[in-house]
Each structure stands twice: as C-alpha cells, then as structure tokens.
Design a protein around this ligand. Structure first.
Ligand code: AMP
Length: 291
C-alpha cells in the first residue's frame, strides 16, 4: 500500500495503474475511519482494481465555530485499517497542497445544495463540491463511492458530475449502523454515554416513519412532524426533520412513490444527521436501497 501526500505523485500513481490496465476506484473521506468507510472500500474493491482512499479534513466545508480544529484524527490507525482492507493507495494531502496560497476558485452547486444541511451550514456544499472536484482531477478515478449516510452530499455530487460532464461513475452505498441502529459517524466519538443513548432517537424516528408509511401514511408533513416530535421528546435539539423529493430534495406533499426523510439535530454540542428513503408499498418506488 502506498501512502501519498503530493497531488502530483497521486496522479502519477493513478496513471501508472491505468497504464497497467487497472480500473481506479476512489473513496473520499475525512479519516477517523469506521466500518461505514470500510464498507465503501469493499464496494470500491468490487468495482475497481486500484483503490484509493483519500483522507483530508477539508477546511472549506466547515463553517466558523464548527469542529474543524477538534475533528478526530488518527492517521496511524486509519493506515492500518486501509492496509487490512486491501486499499492500494492512501492519499493524505496537506491543506496547503489542496489550497495553495491565494486559491480562490470554487465549485458552487445549485438548488439541490440549498435546503437542509445547505441552509444550516452556509458554504458547506461549496466546500464539498470544490474538494471532490479536486480529488477527481488528482486521482482520475473511474468510479467513486460515497455513503447514503450523507444523503444530500451524494445528491449534490451526482448532480455536479452530471452538470459538469465529469467522467466518473458515482456509486452510493447504504448506511452502516451499530446493532442498536445508531448510524456510524466519526463524530459519534464526541458523544458521552448518556448522549449516545439520546442519539438513538434519530434511527428510531426513521424506523417509526418507515413503519407508518408501510402502514399507509402518505402525508409528508405528518411523517416529518411525527419524526420531529420523537426527536424533541428524546432531548435532541432539532435542526431539521423534513420529507423531501429523493433526488432534487424539493419539498413534497406526498411520500408516494418514494421520498427521503432527512433528519439533523444536536445532541449536546454534537450535530448528527441521518436519513431514510421511504417507499410506499406497491407505488413503484422501489428503486434504490432503502437503508
Ligand atoms: P466522512 O469521513 O464523514 O466525510 O465520510 C466519508 C464517506 O463515508 C462519505 O461518503 C460518507 O457518506 C461515508 N459514510 C460516513 N458514515 C457512513 C456510514 N455509517 N455508512 C456508510 N457510509 C458512511
């Protein structure tokens, strides 16, 4: 496994792999890897012969007062996990090589980046789209794998790839959870045991919503209202609880044939997100994995 810090060296390694007839897969991460990240790596290994994991805590996607400085980091452990997972190259650039002095060009996504996390975290998806574009140009992957855990991010990237004719296939993978339902997240490291208990309300609200929809509830506002109430009752400070169109993330009146329930809330000082694609039984909406 190669450990690469310089963009030029990363591109050269990718080009060598491609010249050898290998298909290149990229898994972009901010490190502090967990089984959710590793499930993306496994998928990338199925889809490609040369798998690159990037580890970069991207400053431009953090707002003022957010957790950029205290975001958890453990590069030694991440490297061990990548080695064990059969990763071919770990790309760990310095901030200065991604954003050289005076860097002032950004990729600005449109309407799909506006609601939900885009509204709560102004500039967040501009930072995401900019760094992901750079990673695509540095690694030149045939395929890139992202988690449905960051559902809006996945839709922003799909849209960007389409709009800008980027030559990369985007694959979305289901959310990996703890046995009790909590979605794995590097930020779970911030939670005290008591907060972790409260955080379970997110996945429970998703389960409840799926069950209600399966039982015939089709009113988007009602599903969202109920999810919000469950979160509030558990002591989660709700940022948003919304039922939206699964691709455009525009508001919808009906869940049918399918819609995404997107949740974000603070447990103590920790902001957590989770989501579920809700599928109305028999409405012909069963197209994507619903976890
Ligand atoms: P992050 O390091 O949090 O920026 O995440 C890197 C990638 O891993 C993104 O595509 C995330 O959507 C994905 N990811 C994060 N948590 C999970 C999870 N629990 N299950 C599956 N993918 C995840």
């Amino acid at each position: 496994m190669e450990l690469i810090a310089l963009p030029g060296e990363m591109r050269a390694a990718s080009r060598r792999a491609r010249a050898g007839g290998r298909r290149i897969g990229l898994v972009p991460t901010m490190g502090y890897l967990h089984d959710g990240h590793l499930s993306l790596v496994r998928r990338a290994r199925e889809l490609a012969d040369f798998v690159v994991v990037s580890i970069f805590v991207n400053p431009t996607q953090f707002g003022p007062g957010e957790d950029l400085d205290r975001y958890p980091r453990d590069l030694d452990r991440d490297q061990d996990l990548c080695l064990a997972a059969g990763v071919d190259a770990v790309f760990v650039p310095e901030s200065a090589s991604i954003y050289p002095d005076g860097a002032d060009t950004f990729v600005v996504p449109g309407a799909v980046a506006e609601p939900l996390c885009g509204a709560s975290r102004p500039g967040h998806f501009r930072g995401v789209a900019t760094v992901v574009t750079q990673l695509f140009h540095i690694v030149e992957p045939d395929v890139a794998v992202f988690g449905q855990k960051d559902y809006q991010q996945l839709q922003v990237i799909r849209r960007m790839v389409r709009d800008l004719h980027l030559a990369v296939e985007i694959v979305g993978e289901p959310t990996v959870r703890e046995p009790d339902g909590l979605a794995l997240s590097s930020r779970n490291a911030y939670l005290s045991p008591e907060e972790r208990g409260r955080a379970l309300a997110l996945s429970q609200a998703l389960d409840e919503a799926s069950a209600r929809v399966a039982a015939g509830e089709d009113r988007a506002a009602e599903v969202a209202r109920r999810a919000r109430r469950l979160l509030e009752e558990a002591g989660v400070r709700v940022d948003y609880a919304e039922v939206r169109h699964p691709e455009t993330l525009e508001p919808v009146d009906r869940v049918s044939p399918r819609a995404v329930l997107a949740l974000a809330g603070f447990v103590g000082n920790t902001r957590l997100i989770d989501n579920r694609v809700l599928v109305v039984p028999g409405a012909g909406g069963q197209r994507e994995n619903t976890r």
